[in-house]
Design a protein around this ligand. Structure first.
Ligand code: ATR
Length: 270
C-alpha cells in the first residue's frame, strides 16, 4: 500500500481526501490511499522524519505549514523557491521535492476564459495572496493593486514585489479588470455572511473568490448580479489538486468529472 495525505491544522473541512481518493479509484489505483492528518506545528518535524517508515509517498500541505515545509525538502522547485511556499511534497526516487501547485490552480481558470485583463486588485495580503500575485504576474497582468485591512502588510508586499497599494477604505474607488478575494470574508462558518467589497461591482470584468465553501460566496452572488464573470475557489482547488495528482502518479483526472463528483457528493452532505 502507498500512502498519500494532507497535513495542516485545522484539517477536518478539507476536500482533498475526498478528491484524491475518488481519483485513485477512478484511475484504478487499488494500492494507493489518501489520509488527512491534523498536524500542529510542534509535531511537523517528527511527522516528516518518519514518512518512509509508513510508506508515505506524497503530501498535500496546507495552512500553517506551507512555508515551514521548505526546510524539510531535499529539493525545492524554482517556483516554490521564488514564492517561498509549497503545497506539495512528493517523493521521487527517494528524494523529497517541494512544489507549489497553487499558482497553476489559480491561473488555469483564467487562461480558459481567454479574456484580455490588464489590471487587478487583490484583497488581502496573507499567505494565500502570494500564489495569486505570482499567478497574475505569470499572466502578464502588470498593473496589480493590493489592499489589506492592515495597510503595512500590503505596503510591504507592494514594495517587495512591485505592486501598488491602496487603503482598505478607498479600494472600492478602483475598477480593476479583475478583483480577487484572498481574505476569509465569506468563508463558511463565522465569516459566511461577510463580504470584502462594500460597493457595486460595475465595470469589473471578472470577480475571483479563492474561497471554495460556500460556492458561491456572497461576493460571487453580488458579482453575478452585476454580470461580472465569476470564478470560484472550487475551480482553483480542483486544478491545484490535478497538478498535485500528476506529481503523485504521473496521471491526471478530468476537471469536469472532479467538479461533478464534489458538487454531487461532498457539498450536498453539508
Ligand atoms: P494568513 O493567510 O496570513 O494565514 P489570514 O488570517 O487567513 O492570514 O488572513 C488573510 C488575509 O485576510 C489577511 O490579509 C487579513 O488581514 P490582516 O493582515 O489585517 O490580518 C485578511 N483578513 C482577515 N480577517 C479580515 C477581516 N475581518 N476584514 C478584512 N480583512 C481580513
Amino acid at each position: 500500500m502507498q500512502i498519500y495525505g494532507i497535513i495542516g491544522h485545522p484539517i477536518s473541512h478539507s476536500l482533498s481526501p475526498a478528491l484524491h481518493n475518488w481519483a485513485f479509484k477512478k484511475l484504478g489505483y487499488k494500492d494507493k490511499v489518501y489520509i488527512a492528518w491534523d498536524i500542529i506545528p510542534e509535531n511537523l518535524e517528527r511527522f516528516l522524519q518518519n514518512l518512509d517508515i509508513f510508506q508515505v509517498k506524497g503530501l498535500s500541505v496546507t495552512i500553517p505549514h506551507k512555508q515551514n515545509i521548505l526546510s524539510f525538502a531535499q529539493k525545492i522547485s524554482p517556483l516554490a523557491q521564488k514564492i517561498q511556499a509549497a503545497n506539495t511534497l512528493v517523493c521521487h526516487n527517494g528524494i523529497w521535492l517541494a512544489e507549489n501547485t497553487d499558482v497553476y490552480g489559480f491561473i488555469q481558470p483564467l487562461q480558459q476564459l481567454n479574456m484580455k485583463l490588464q489590471s487587478a486588485l487583490i484583497l488581502g495580503a496573507g499567505g494565500a495572496s502570494l500564489a495569486v500575485i505570482y499567478g497574475l504576474k505569470k499572466l502578464k497582468i502588470n498593473k496589480i493593486y493590493i489592499s489589506n485591512r492592515t495597510m503595512s502588510k500590503a505596503r510591504q508586499l507592494a514594495k517587495n514585489l512591485g505592486l501598488k497599494e491602496i487603503s482598505w477604505e478607498n479600494k472600492e474607488k478602483l475598477r480593476p479588470d479583475i478583483l480577487i478575494n484572498t481574505t476569509p470574508l465569506g468563508m463558511s462558518g463565522k465569516w459566511q455572511n461577510k463580504i470584502p467589497w462594500n460597493a457595486d461591482l460595475k465595470g469589473i470584468k471578472v470577480v475571483y473568490d479563492i474561497i471554495y465553501n460556500p460556492n458561491p460566496t456572497l461576493l460571487l452572488k453580488q458579482a453575478k448580479k452585476f454580470n461580472c464573470t465569476t470564478i470560484s475557489g472550487l475551480e482553483m482547488f480542483i486544478y491545484q489538486a490535478q497538478q498535485q495528482f500528476k506529481l503523485f502518479t504521473g496521471q491526471t483526472f478530468s476537471f469536469y468529472d472532479a467538479l461533478n463528483y464534489l458538487n454531487t457528493n461532498t457539498f450536498q452532505r453539508k
